[in-house]
Design a protein around this ligand. Structure first.
Ligand SMILES: Cc1ncc(COP(=O)(O)O)c(C=O)c1O
Length: 503
């Protein structure tokens, strides 16, 4: 192929941010690497090419010089310029086009394919939260100015912790966190038992890798949290779905159907998405079963700071006498998700392996945010922020429930909303037993300007047989400014009405 044809196919961009010689250099290099310009091929003289392309001779000279000094071209004054035939890549002829995704997946290892596919259906939202984005704290309430000042203070006097550190995290933060967990969640621990992780997601990944062998059974609540099932699937675990009733995970069902399971993943304080809290009787039943069967229980306590009615139940870990509960927490809901700070309170024997595994993955979590967070807690801002957000969420939750009661009480049933950031709703069948298709409602809602999550999203696709989830919608209220809650419910009411089956 002639160079001017090559450039004509994708013309140089004039007046853009990238200088013309750089663009010409990149095109020629690409053509050489892909075998479009064959080894030994002669390139046009600089005067000829600059005329053909309508660029200055300097542009062509600069591109040729760069390619020559990098070894793509050879030549000299008066001898002509050639594609270097000594390039090993060039001798192989045209390289295959970049494989499309399915081809690439075939190239992955079995473990790689599991890793790449495990969170495949998880949806990430972009842009400012709209009514009723679930599982998001109110970023409008976070004291970012204060956070910036605390951070600036650390950067003005950089401490030794800005080098490499122990994998378990910033010691002052672990101490403060330990005191907080003991006081507020009844967690029985010492600072040495805490390992700071990159969100609870990393905690679940590390624990799955450390504790599960391929084929090991894991009880998972159904419906439940995809962020938990994904790392377990990656570890090769057998996913054992356990139904959730108004008292939480049905422990007797799990014990009957999967007596040999090695691990239980549970959200006793607040089940996602159904919103129930595990009863004391179920907690004791679960602990007894786990102790008798030498199984681990992963307790995911992610948003229990937000309890709106009644006294909170202490953590499951606080009742554990056998040392089988691994407590996992996060700052994603109580502060903000992009902070990526979570933690594990591990039984003593598990602390060292966990910290070593953490070091393999990322040495340790970023230190500056940990140091800022330690100050944020030590100076009382953390508890103040929890109080403030709890009050704001109480108001937002009340507004959502009132608006739903006014506009949609005949169409939606609200689940428990004593804890957390979301409200779980189910469609109320009409007299003929009809309900709309939740996915259609969610899609139409998005077009109408609101966000909803169908409960089917929490069905576990890794389970066999796939579990059925009673249709409904999860509505988040915490991230939504009060003035848009009622208008959002108006839109929701119109969308639901529009999708209610008529015959
Ligand atoms: C059940 C549950 N656990 C934990 C988390 C927090 O995950 P992370 O700490 O990785 O942000 C979430 C967030 O949505 C969640 O829903």
């Amino acid at each position: 192929m002639h160079v001017h044809d090559l450039i004509a196919a994708t013309p140089l961009e004039r007046g853009g941010a990238i200088p013309l010689f750089r663009q010409l250099y990149a095109r020629l290099k690409d053509a050489i690497l892909h075998g479009v310009l064959a080894p030994g091929a002669r390139l046009p003289a600089t005067r000829e090419l600059c005329r053909q392309l309508g660029v200055s001779r300097q542009t062509v000279l600069a591109a040729y010089d760069q390619l020559t000094s990098e070894g793509y071209l050879r030549g000299g004054v008066g001898q002509g310029t050639f594609v270097n035939e000594a390039l090993p890549l060039a001798r192989q002829g045209p390289v295959a086009p970049t494989p499309a995704a399915p081809g690439l997946l075939r190239a992955l290892s079995e473990r790689g394919a599991a890793l790449a596919g495990a969170m495949g259906t998880r949806r990430f939202h972009e842009g400012a939260p709209r009514a009723f984005r679930p599982s998001m704290p109110g970023l409008d309430l976070f004291p970012f100015d204060l956070w910036r000042k605390l951070e600036a203070r650390h950067l003005r006097r950089p401490g030794p912790y800005l080098g490499y550190n122990a994998a378990n995290g910033y010691a002052p933060l672990r101490e403060l966190l330990c005191a907080y967990l003991r006081a507020s969640r009844g967690v029985v621990c010492t600072p040495e038992q805490i390992v700071i992780t990159s969100g609870s997601q990393q905690a679940l990944y590390l624990l799955s890798q450390l504790l599960l062998a391929p084929g090991d059974g894991v009880w998972l609540e159904s419906p439940g949290y995809q962020g938990a099932s994904a790392p377990m699937v990656v570890a090769g675990a057998r996913i054992c779905t356990v139904p959730v009733t108004s008292e939480g995970m049905d422990v007797a069902y799990g014990a009957r159907h999967y007596p040999d399971a090695r691990m239980v993943f549970a959200t006793p304080s607040h089940q996602l998405p159904l919103g129930v809290t595990m009863s004391l009787a179920r907690r004791l039943e679960l602990l007894q079963w786990a102790a008798a069967n030498r199984a681990w229980v992963i307790e995911d306590d992610y948003d229990s700071e937000y309890r709106y009615t009644g006294a909170p139940l202490a953590s499951l870990q606080s009742l554990d006498r056998a040392g089988c509960v691994v407590y996992v927490g996060t700052f994603s809901k109580v502060l903000f998700p992009a902070l990526r700070l979570g933690y594990v309170v591990a039984p003593p024997a598990l602390v060292e392996p966990l910290a070593r595994a953490k070091a393999v993955v990322d040495m340790h979590s970023a230190m500056l945010p940990q140091a800022v967070l330690a100050d944020f807690i030590a100076q009382g801002h953390f508890m103040r922020h929890i109080r403030r957000t709890r009050e704001a969420y109480t108001e937002r939750r009340g507004m959502l429930m009132d608006a739903l009661q006014d506009r949609l009480r005949e169409r939606l049933m609200c689940g428990p909303a004593d804890v957390g950031l979301d409200l779980c709703t189910h469609f109320r069948p009409d007299r003929k037993g009809r309900i709309p298709v939740e996915a259609d409602v969610a899609a139409a809602a998005l077009e109408a300007g609101i966000e909803l999550r169908p409960l089917g999203y929490y069905a576990n696709s890794a389970a066999t047989p796939a579990c059925a989830v009673a249709p409904g919608l999860l509505l988040g209220f915490s991230a939504i400014r009060p003035d848009v809650i009622r208008p959002g419910v108006e839109i929701l009411a119109r969308v639901i009405e529009g999708h209610w089956p008529k015959r």
